[in-house]
Design a protein around this ligand. Structure first.
Ligand code: DGL
Length: 265
């Protein structure tokens, strides 16, 4: 495989920044192009066909930026469209599910594993399939959390009572020690990690971006430079992306964010 100099990373919006942050933490010196489809977020409440057609455009846009490989920093696209994207596109494309499934199986003592994700992700059964391929005895309990992405995209902070209430309601599905590990199957959810952990003490939460970032160098021959460089693109021009992003990014900054007409791709 060709050495990867420029890496494309995309999500429906802000969520992929949690993946980007982890990629930069574990793999210094990459040149990254990030795209957030802020005009069409959320993806997770849409049909499989719509998600696939959005994802195709996202990948084509990144390919037009001459990236050498693409990380699908979106649980929903990884669950619904990854096979098609990998078959159709001419560059390596990686989703977040295999590394997350492996991390969940390793973390769980009881092999009773929870999954929180978008409606499309839960409907797809993709995490469950991948987890039980690795550990056939695993039991996967899944809960769709459709309110979380809109809350996060609208800047609702983790300690806001609205966020608390929504997280609490969704975690009820796993009450009474039903699981010992929960996969945050959507890349937006690490924004609320502290809230989840406070509400479900003793449960391990898997950050799917971190799981992928730790493995990336073994999946891809990375050609690293002196310093990390990230360019940011969004499909809607004025959504406060840079401001919300800078609250969450710890390793890189989102100083300049450029608008792109994604419908052209
Ligand atoms: N970050 C996306 C994911 O990982 C959010 C999907 C959405 O836009 O609903 O699933």
């Amino acid at each position: 495989m060709k050495r990867i100099r420029r890496l494309g990373v995309f999500d429906s919006g802000l969520g992929g920044l949690t993946v980007l942050n982890e990629i930069c933490k574990y793999n210094e010196g990459l040149e990254i192009v990030y795209f957030g489809d802020t005009a069409r977020v959320p993806y997770g409440s849409r049909s499989d066909e719509t998600i696939l057609s959005y994802a195709r455009q996202d990948v084509r846009f990144l390919m037009a930026q001459e990236v050498d490989a693409v990380v699908v920093a979106c649980g929903t696209v990884s669950a619904i469209a990854i096979d098609r994207l990998q078959a159709e596109m001419d560059i390596p494309i990686f989703g977040v599910i295999p590394s997350a499934a492996k991390a969940a199986v390793e973390s769980s003592r009881t092999k009773r594993i929870g999954l929180i994700g978008t409606a499309a992700t839960v409907r797809s059964g993709a995490y469950k399939r991948t987890i039980t391929q690795i550990e056939p005895r695993a039991e996967v309990v899944a809960e769709a959390c459709p309110l979380l992405v809109p809350l996060i995209e609208n800047g609702c902070k983790p300690d806001d009572e609205l966020a608390e209430l929504a997280c609490k309601r969704y975690l009820e599905a796993f009450g009474g020690g039903r699981v010992d590990t929960i996969v945050m199957g959507c890349t937006h959810y690490p924004f609320y990690r502290r809230t989840f952990e406070r509400l479900a003490p003793g449960v391990s939460f898997i950050d799917i971006g971190e799981a992928l970032a730790r493995e990336l160098a073994s999946l891809l021959p990375l050609a690293k430079g002196e310093s990390t460089r990230v360019s940011y693109y969004v499909s809607d021009s004025d959504t406060g992306f840079g401001e919300i992003a800078s609250r969450f990014l710890t390793v890189v900054e989102a100083k300049e964010v450029r608008p792109v007409n994604i419908e052209k791709y």
